[in-house]
Design a protein around this ligand. Structure first.
Ligand SMILES: O=C(O)C1=C[C@@H](OP(=O)(O)O)[C@@H](O)[C@H](O)C1
Ligand SMILES: C=C(OP(=O)(O)O)C(=O)O
Length: 422
């Protein structure tokens, strides 16, 4: 089934309310399960990735995971017997954050996920768990499916997180529950997505956990209780990206409400990035408003701290008036799909000239034409196709419902932004 991406036939004038952040919701859920008392996550994201996280924590013994109109009520883990099973779907946060939690419970836990998840990198997490005393059976594949059994002792562990910052975040999130705490040292030459590690440190601090991150590439989590919390989840700024980018393509203004004044989300980079590509970004009340003219400029940008934005920026680049170079994102070959190949293939199919480099893409705009846009079960490939379709008639996005990974209401929000009936 394909979705006919609508073109924008007039400048935009829209307010978009984007649901809660996937990265924050799933961190808060893990900490809620490790806390001593109940938590309430107001504005939590309800999507496939967060539902899988809640279900995984329930399988591991979480007392409560209840969606209410106000948000998600989450209760701590209780001791439970027997073997547990966790379905990771295609969620990096579930497959990297839950194995340490499973090891803490001492139960044998079987992890698996979608076929596409079985090629996502897991080796450094599994090696770290073994170093810390857990038994891991992965059949030598260093990938899903695998079985984990605790106990887990703390201390210190080295991890090469050059293919995903989530290896570090996953270990840190569980570390306060270890009797000795845990010091994690990154040993690789590059480290992507530093803001996501800062996000992990920040949510730990907010839950009363002491973390020392004063040395580069080393994080020390002290043992201690995790506080149950009543909190509000920020909107997902990475999901806001294609909507704000739409203003550059179609002209007019798109406002995303509830934009945080300060945030660890990589979407913090969007105002500067969209300005470099030809927009104007300003705060209006609690919103970020982006205004465009319909003319998009190419950029040369290192996206290693914000690689989730790469599909949006690559789609914009194909509609620009000059070439774009994206750097620092070799690791996104291990995201939901090999995103460098997927973006190069689909942008080439609609007529752009795209070269893959070792750590990114060079996109040279050409006259584009409609085509079937494959999405490879990748939510951000679907939203990138929608963005190209704003300008290019006849873009047919395959399996647009893949957006339910983090944004189940995508098609509704997109058509409403265009002033069309949802
Ligand atoms: O910790 C997180 O919530 C995330 C970290 C990043 O992963 P990588 O470091 O693998 O890019 C990001 O791309 C992903 O979407 C979410
Ligand atoms: C890379 C992403 O997801 P995940 O959390 O599955 O790694 C993403 O959402 O762009």
């Amino acid at each position: 089934m394909t979705w006919h991406a609508p073109t924008a036939d007039a400048p935009l004038d829209a307010v978009v309310v984007v649901p809660g952040s996937k990265s924050l919701t799933n961190r808060y859920l893990v900490l809620a399960a490790l806390a001593a008392g109940p938590s309430m996550l107001r504005g939590a994201l309800a999507s496939r990735d967060t539902e899988l996280m809640a279900a995984g924590l329930t399988a591991l013994g979480a007392q409560e995971m209840t969606w209410t109109p106000q948000g998600l009520r989450a209760g701590p883990l209780l001791a439970a017997d027997g073997e547990a099973r966790v379905d990771c779907g295609l969620a990096g946060t579930v497959m990297r954050f839950l194995p340490p939690v499973a090891a803490l419970t001492g139960r044998t836990t079987h992890f698996d996920g979608d076929p596409e998840a079985r090629v996502r990198p897991m080796g450094p997490v599994l090696a770290a768990l073994r170093t810390l005393g857990a038994r891991v059976d992965d059949g030598g594949r260093a990938a899903l499916p695998f079985t984990v059994r605790g106990p887990l002792h703390g201390g210190a562990v080295d991890v090469d997180a050059s293919t995903s910052s989530q290896f570090v975040s996953g270990l840190l999130l569980s570390a306060a529950a270890l009797p000795d705490g845990l010091t994690v040292r990154h040993t690789g030459t590059t480290l992507p997505s530093l803001p996501h590690i800062a996000m992990t440190v920040e949510v730990l601090h907010e839950a009363g956990v002491r973390v020392d991150d004063s040395r580069p590439d080393i994080w020390q989590v002290h043992p201690g209780p995790v506080a149950g919390r009543d909190l509000r989840v920020e909107p997902d700024l990475s999901n806001a990206a294609p909507f704000l980018a739409a203003a550059l393509v179609a002209g007019g203004t798109v406002r995303v409400s509830g934009w945080p004044g300060r945030t660890t989300q990589p979407g913090a980079m969007l105002p500067e990035l969209l300005e470099a590509m030809g927009g104007r970004a300003e705060r209006v009340g609690d919103a970020l408003a982006v205004t465009g003219t319909g003319q998009v400029h190419g950029v040369d940008v290192d996206l290693r701290t914000a690689s989730e934005l790469a599909p949006t920026v690559a789609a914009l680049a194909a509609l620009a008036d000059s070439p774009t170079r994206l750097r620092g994102i070799g690791h996104i070959r291990g995201h939901e799909t090999d995103r460098l190949t997927a973006l190069a293939t689909e942008l080439t199919r609609v007529g752009a000239q795209v070269e893959q480099t070792s750590d990114g893409l060079v996109v040279t705009p050409r006259t584009l034409h409609g085509a079937v846009w494959e999405t490879y079960r990748d939510h951000r490939m679907a939203t990138a196709g929608a963005l190209v379709g704003l300008r290019v008639p006849g873009v047919e996005v395959v399996d647009v419902t893949t957006t339910r990974k983090t944004l189940p209401g995508f098609v509704d929000l997109w058509t409403r932004m265009l002033g069309l009936e949802a």
